[in-house]
Design a protein around this ligand. Structure first.
Ligand code: AMP
Ligand code: MG
Length: 334
C-alpha cells in the first residue's frame, strides 16, 4: 500500500475527512455538513457541531478506507482562508493526531486545494479556473509560480448571495439548488444591476435589487418568484462568464475548470462551456463530490506540498483566516 494522507477540511460549514494516497488514489471521503435550522452560518454553532463530531467523522473515513489509523503517514488540514473559530478545530485536531501518531503535518490553503483536486480528478493540466462557492468567487490561473487571481468578488460570494436571497423567500439552506429549480421555470428576464468593475465582481447591489423586486407592486402581477430567480441567476452568471472569458482571452489557457459548490448549477455550466468552446478550450466541471468542500482535496494539496517542501513545524500550523492564495508559491508546478 502506498503512503496515505488524512486530509481534514474545516473552513466553514463542512467538517470532512478524506484519505488519499501519495499517487492520488482516493480511499474514502466522509463529510459532516452544518445546516442551520434558521438564519445563516453562525461560526460558533458550526464550531460546536464540528467539535462534537470530528472523531466520529475521522473514524468513519478510516473504516470506509478499511485501514487503521497507524497506516496514515501524513496529516493535512485546511489552514486558510475561512472562519477563524472553525479553522481552529481542524488545526487542533490535525496537531493532536500528528503528535499522537508522530507523523508530519501540513497546512493547506483551501482555494489551492479546490484547484488541485480538480486537476487530479478531471485529468486537466493547466486550466483557467472559475471557483464559485458559498464563501469564494475567484477566477484564477497558474502564472509566475502562483495561482494568480484574475478576478474576484468585492463583496458577497456568489453562493452566499444566492443562499441569502433564497433564505429571504423562505427557502432552507442551501438555497442554490432551489433557486436553480425555480429559475428553470422562467424565461422572463427583469433587468437587475450587472456590476463588473475591471475584472472584479460585486453582488451586493444585485442581491438588494432582487429583494426589492419581491416588494414591487408588479410582483405576483407582472412577474413571479420564478422570474426573479431566473433574472438573478442570469445576471450573476452573466457577470461571472464575462470575467472568466476575459481572463481566458488574456491568459490564452487551453483548458477551463469550473469548481466549488455552485459548479453544480446547469445554467452556469452551460454559459462557461459556451465561452470555452468559443476560445477552443477544453471545458471540465469538477463532479459535486469533489467540487464542494471536502477532506480529499486537502489531503491531495497537502501531499503535493509535502513532496515539494516537507512538513510544517507546529509553529507554522497557525491558522490564517484571511490568507490569499496568490501570496503562496506552488513549487510542484515549476
Ligand atoms: P461549497 O461552499 O463549495 O461547499 O458549496 C456550497 C454552495 O454551493 C452553497 O452556496 C450552495 O447553495 C451552492 N450550490 C450547490 N448546488 C447549487 C446549484 N445547483 N446552483 C447554485 N448553487 C448551488
Ligand atoms: Mg470551498
Amino acid at each position: 500500500m502506498k503512503d496515505l494522507c488524512l486530509g481534514i477540511e474545516s473552513t466553514a460549514h463542512t467538517f470532512s475527512a478524506g484519505i488519499i494516497d501519495f499517487d492520488g488514489k482516493v480511499y474514502s471521503l466522509i463529510n459532516d455538513i452544518f445546516i442551520p435550522e434558521e438564519g445563516g452560518l453562525h461560526p460558533v454553532l458550526i464550531r460546536e457541531q464540528h467539535l462534537n463530531n470530528f472523531m466520529h467523522i475521522i473514524n468513519k473515513a478510516l473504516s470506509e478506507a478499511k485501514i487503521s489509523i497507524d497506516k496514515i503517514k501524513l496529516i493535512a488540514f485546511s489552514q486558510s482562508p475561512g472562519l477563524g473559530p472553525v479553522l481552529k478545530i481542524g488545526a487542533w485536531v490535525a496537531r493532536m493526531l500528528s503528535q499522537i501518531l508522530e507523523i508530519p503535518i501540513i497546512g493547506v490553503n483551501h482555494c489551492i486545494a479546490h484547484i488541485e483536486i480538480g486537476r487530479l480528478i478531471c485529468q486537466i493540466e493547466d486550466p483557467l479556473v472559475l471557483y464559485t462557492s458559498g464563501g469564494n468567487t475567484i477566477v484564477s490561473a497558474f502564472e509566475s509560480e502562483r495561482y494568480q487571481i484574475f478576478g474576484e468578488t468585492l463583496d458577497l460570494a456568489i453562493g452566499n448571495m444566492i443562499d441569502s436571497f433564497a433564505r429571504d423567500v423562505g427557502l432552507q439552506h442551501p438555497g442554490g439548488p432551489k433557486i436553480e429549480e425555480l429559475a428553470s421555470k422562467s424565461k422572463n428576464y427583469i433587468p437587475l444591476p450587472y456590476i463588473v468593475k475591471g475584472m472584479d465582481l460585486s453582488f451586493s447591489g444585485l442581491y438588494t435589487a432582487a429583494k426589492y423586486l419581491l416588494r414591487s407592486k408588479d410582483y405576483d402581477n407582472k412577474f413571479n418568484l420564478n422570474d426573479v430567480a431566473y433574472s438573478l441567476q442570469e445576471t450573476a452568471f452573466g457577470m461571472l462568464t464575462e470575467v472568466t472569458e476575459r481572463a481566458l482571452a488574456h491568459t490564452e489557457k487551453k483548458e477551463v475548470l469550473l469548481t466549488g459548490g455552485v459548479a453544480a448549477n446547469q445554467r452556469l455550466q452551460s454559459m462557461i462551456r459556451n465561452i470555452s468552446t468559443e476560445h477552443n478550450a477544453r471545458f471540465e466541471v469538477v463532479p459535486p463530490k469533489f467540487a464542494g468542500d471536502n477532506g480529499v482535496m486537502i489531503g491531495w494539496a497537502g501531499i503535493l506540498r509535502y513532496k515539494a517542501e516537507g512538513g510544517h513545524t507546529v509553529s507554522e500550523t497557525i491558522i490564517k483566516p484571511k490568507e490569499r492564495m496568490d501570496k503562496i508559491t506552488i513549487p510542484w508546478r515549476f
